[in-house]
Design a protein around this ligand. Structure first.
Ligand code: SAM
Length: 369
């Protein structure tokens, strides 16, 4: 049997964290090839099935890597890929470029690029020439669908493989939710929180009371207001007038530690996006979550800054610390829209998430505009 390889896509700079996590959780995987934001591993034990899942905070998406090719012409690359994958019964074709920068820097945001679309169309043309059925390009996969992945590691160096869209984030092309990033938002925290909610399955309902610590200038508040929530914004800094003047928003102009907890008695979702070290954030959140007035709290969404990648080793301890606060379901992920930070989501009772899946409501939650 030929050796089996796994590809992993992550944020630029997070490769070492990704490798360490994967070495610890999947000792059979050995590093094979690496570029900023893209890593492959050889499965030495050949223990991974086709539907394997990686336990990793930093892997944005992953799959089995079945081929690669370097060539100057796009037509040649597409032709090689199509010949090599002609028997793959994929229902979706996901094509994307390796991140060129850290998201949120130099105007770069993750997501579809013109070059990736051009490559996808070249693949489609080659499939047509060979009499193969066309596959929808860069559409969100349905749960469990087989996806054919093409990663433009360089414009002239492609890797391809496949995965089953088991987890929510594996349904998105390149593990990145498809947002219209041209829309006017108060800050990019709007996309970050939206991705966190989609990934975790938390649904904010109209009338839910949400508190956001570290809310200025107000992108997250903007999203929560669009979902119909009542928002309590906690930040000593000013909010953008479009959120500050919203009738469903109350601004407590102080630090999180200074808030009178009684004012938060109806809060069911607490989000925190302060630009402070994770230990400080977790200390503050522990204090909120264990406060007698916050009995209605159902879940938290935290941004934890990791200015030093060495801090990544602390992530399992951070999850454990949050579990100790009575949150039964705790997950971490470096979101596609995160900068050098990760997202921690925790809910007291996972049932709230499961009922959503059972109700047959498979649609993405969209803001009401
Ligand atoms: C990354 S910005 C938050 C962006 C914001 N979530 C948004 O949606 O636009 C970090 C914010 O944390 C605030 N901050 C820092 N320490 C804080 C504290 N102890 N309590 C509340 N806010 C704090 C800062 O004033 C700053 O506005």
């Amino acid at each position: 049997m030929p050796p089996r390889f796994v590809f992993v896509v992550c944020q630029q700079g997070a490769e070492s964290c990704c490798k360490e996590e994967i070495n610890a959780n999947h000792p059979g995987l050995k590093l094979a090839f690496s570029r900023p934001g893209f890593v492959t591993f050889k499965d030495d034990t050949e223990s991974l099935g086709e539907r394997f899942q990686l336990r990793s905070t930093f892997a944005r998406t992953f799959g089995l890597s079945i081929g690669s090719r370097k060539a100057a012409s796009m037509s040649e690359l597409a032709g090689t890929l199509v010949d090599a994958t002609s028997t793959c019964a994929a229902r979706r074709l996901h094509v994307w470029q390796r991140d060129s920068q850290v998201p949120g820097t130099g105007g770069f945001e993750p997501g579809p690029t013109a070059l990736a679309l051009e490559a996808a169309l070249a693949i489609e043309r080659k499939r047509m020439e060979r009499g193969l059925p066309s596959i929808p390009i860069n559409r969100v996969a349905r749960a469990d669908e087989l996806v054919l992945d093409t990663i433009l590691v360089e414009p002239d160096y492609w890797f391809w493989g496949f995965h089953y869209a088991d987890a929510k984030c594996q349904r998105w092309p390149g593990g990145t939710p498809v947002f219209d990033i041209r829309q006017e938002v108060v800050s990019r925290a709007y996309f970050k929180l939206h991705e966190a909610l989609l990934w975790s399955g938390i649904r904010i309902r109209a009338g839910d009371v949400c508190a956001e610590i570290g809310s200025s200038p107000g992108g997250s508040c903007q999203l929560l207001l669009e979902f119909g929530a009542e928002v309590i914004a906690i930040d000593p800094a000013e909010l953008h007038p479009s959120v500050a003047e919203h009738p469903r928003l109350t601004h407590l102009k102080c630090r999180g530690t200074e808030v009178c907890r009684k004012l938060l008695k109806d809060v069911c979702w607490l989000t925190c996006d302060v630009n402070l070290p994770p230990e400080y954030t977790l200390e503050m959140i522990s204090d909120f979550a264990s406060n007698q007035h916050l009995r209605k709290l159902r879940g938290i969404v935290l941004t934890l800054k990791i200015p030093d990648w060495g801090l990544a080793a602390e992530i399992p301890r951070w999850r454990e610390r949050v579990k100790q606060l009575g949150f039964l379901w705790v997950r971490t992920r470096q979101l596609a829209f995160n900068r050098q930070e990760i997202c921690l989501v925790a809910v007291r009772d996972r049932y709230a998430l499961r009922t959503l899946a059972r109700s047959g409501d498979r649609g993405e939650q969209k803001p009401r505009v």
